[in-house]
Ligand binder design. Structure first.
Ligand SMILES: C[S@@+](CC[C@H](N)C(=O)[O-])C[C@H]1O[C@@H](n2cnc3c(N)ncnc32)[C@H](O)[C@@H]1O
Length: 235
């Protein structure tokens, strides 16, 4: 299966479209089925053992509910984080912000294109950058530009993506049984075709000799990538 990137329906729907709202709710089920909060939390904790981060950048954060589930796992060990939820669409609800505040995390939602934001002076230097179900939106040339921008902003980057594999393809076809709508069913299948395998992300990471790169299958359907700057390297 060659990697192929196609537009996803959710990206073209207006923020308040009922199908888009429903699909964002479906995404929570998809993330739960894929076990992404647990995979991401484990990977982040493994890479930050002695240094709890203060500034966390979440790229393609959507409505922030995935990150909230992640924060519930991390907050006891990472107190008082400042979280930047970056997404092109302004879809973070007030109750989600309040839930972060209850964990003593300050959450700032930024509505911007990821390339514009990472290249701008508004983007702070973060301790950690993370992306969930986001990198697969980009073809390889854009992805290598994106990874280069991320490497300039954070010494640790972790991503959880769909694995381009038969199990994930079958899983995406079964989402109708969970009641997912047509937007989610389309986008899930497109995401698997645009997903990753092998060392595809490591191959696009800039200056790989200065970073510790790990990339492997995770769970039944997923692909996990981490890049940690070696001492003296990074932004
Ligand atoms: C599949 S959703 C994942 C959302 C969230 N990370 C989650 O796991 O629930 C991908 C998100 O990427 C955002 N997105 C796509 N292209 C983008 C870009 N160029 N800049 C910023 N956000 C983008 C979309 O608006 C969408 O919310």
């Amino acid at each position: 299966m060659q990697r192929s990137v196609a537009p996803e329906f959710l990206d073209s729907l207006p923020v308040h479209d009922p199908d888009a709202r429903r699909s964002r709710r479906d995404l929570a089920c998809v993330n739960a089925l894929m076990g992404h909060a647990a995979i991401m939390a484990r990977t982040l904790l493994r890479n930050t053992r002695d240094r709890p981060p203060r500034i966390v950048l979440d790229l393609g954060a959507g409505d922030g509910t995935f990150t909230l589930r992640l924060a519930r796992r991390l907050a006891p060990l990472w107190p008082d984080c400042h979280l930047i939820l970056l997404d092109r669409q302004p879809v973070v609800r007030d109750e989600t912000r309040a839930a972060f505040a209850a964990l003593r995390w300050s959450a700032e939602a930024v509505a911007a294109d990821v390339f514009d934001f990472l290249a701008s002076s508004a983007c702070p230097e973060a301790d950690v950058a993370a992306a969930n179900l986001f990198l697969h939106h980009f073809p390889d040339d854009a992805l290598s530009r994106l990874l280069a921008l991320i490497a300039q902003r954070a010494p640790l980057f972790v991503a959880c993506e769909p694995r381009r594999a038969v199990t994930a393809r079958l899983g995406s076809r079964l989402l109708w049984a969970l009641g997912c709508n047509r937007v989610t069913l389309h986008d899930a299948a497109a995401s698997v075709r645009a997903g990753f395998r092998g060392r595809e992300l490591a191959a696009l990471w800039p200056k790989p000799h200065l970073w510790t790169l790990r990339e492997q299958p995770a769970g039944l359907f997923s692909h996990c990538f981490s890049a940690q700057a070696q001492v003296g390297a990074g932004p």
